[in-house]
Design a protein around this ligand. Structure first.
Ligand code: ADE
Ligand code: ZN
Length: 326
């Protein structure tokens, strides 16, 4: 069996995936036409050529613009179904997907339109592939905490269908502390908590995510490695890191895949996982991320199996279900 087949065949969970970041240019064009929305690109090739980023903000500007073609419940369903079909081909048996409601409600799209479409896509994934999934509602950190509170309120009728809240968008200048109250309110509703931290931001932001937000999982977390005390704490507490190698490369978090710290994370005893973040923008789905990391850092099959095992251990599945996947 080739390494590539080994990776695709490895049952795995995806824990860090922005559903809006799975919008392929072909679907972007199809939805633009279906909804009569103008997009500033002449062709699919034009869109792909624009995906040349030097930092997180470069990417976010294009990512939010692309989401404008998503208008109806059917659009969100089609987006989700396309992602789940692709993930199933990569051996994903469980996915915990993020969505950014504020990106849509700010454009006048009702919260219910977004979530009902995504829930329909999740039901279809279960029917087609037997794939289970959970929803993570992410707050945009460049907006203020009142806006996040309003989003939590808009989500109230669907809270039993949402497993966790998250924190994403522009990290620098928007530390986790800005959202301490809304995260406490989400916890009081029984939701799990995740946050992007240490992608571009310093180790201090990771400390804040742990100490002020009390997160159950860290998205990215790369820069934690700059602080040995923090690294040891993450290892000791079995904190899951949802690492995204191709994203790190495209957003210049690392200069080269040969410099990616994924193997160092494993060596330090961190519960690292591999995920795709925004696969339509970063050049690959989850198996491509495993392959790129494996090639860049000479990961063994035992390393790859450990990464997949970590993805179930770090999931929000109940313990008995996790045990069935190990
Ligand atoms: N939103 C979508 N992808 C993101 C990322 N990698 N970091 C922060 N916010 C995001
Ligand atoms: Zn992300």
């Amino acid at each position: 069996m080739t390494d590539s087949d080994f990776i695709s065949g490895l049952p795995k969970a995806e824990l860090h995936l922005h559903i809006e970041g799975s919008l392929e240019p072909e679907l972007m064009f199809a939805l633009a036409e279906r909804n009569g929305v103008a997009i500033p690109f002449a062709s699919v090739e034009d869109v792909r050529a624009a995906y040349d980023f030097s930092n997180l903000q470069d990417f976010l500007d294009i990512y939010y613009a692309g989401a404008d073609v998503l208008r109806t419940e059917a659009d969100f369903r089609d987006l989700a179904v396309a992602y789940f079909d692709r993930a199933a081909a990569d051996g994903v048996v469980h996915a915990e997907i993020m969505f950014d409601p504020q990106t849509h409600t700010a454009r006048g799209i009702a919260f219910g339109t977004v979530i009902e479409g995504l829930l329909a896509g999740m039901a279809e994934a279960e029917a087609r592939h037997g794939m289970t999934s959970k929803l993570i509602m992410s707050f945009l950190r460049h907006l203020d905490e009142d806006d996040a509170f309003a989003t939590l309120e808009a989500a109230r009728p669907w809270l039993d269908r949402i497993d966790a809240v998250g924190l994403d968008s522009s990290e620098m200048g928007h530390p986790p502390s800005k959202f301490a109250r809304v995260f406490a309110a989400a916890r009081a509703e029984g939701l799990k908590l995740v946050a992007h931290a240490g992608e571009e931001g310093p180790p201090e932001y990771v400390y804040e995510a742990l100490d002020l937000l009390d997160v159950d999982r860290l998205d990215h977390g790369n820069r934690s490695l700059e602080d040995p005390v923090l690294t040891a704490r993450l290892a000791r507490t079995s904190m899951t890191l949802t690492v995204c190698p191709l994203s790190n490369l495209k957003l210049c978090v690392v200069d080269d895949m040969n410099d990616h710290p994924i193997d160092r994370m494993l060596r330090e005893g961190l519960r690292a996982t591999i995920n795709s973040d925004d696969p339509a923008y970063f050049g690959g789905y989850i198996a491509d991320n495993y392959r790129a990391a494996a090639a860049g850092r000479a990961l063994t099959r035992a390393d790859l199996a450990l990464l997949a095992r970590n993805s179930f251990l770090g999931s929000f599945l109940p313990d008995d279900t996790v045990a069935q996947h190990l």
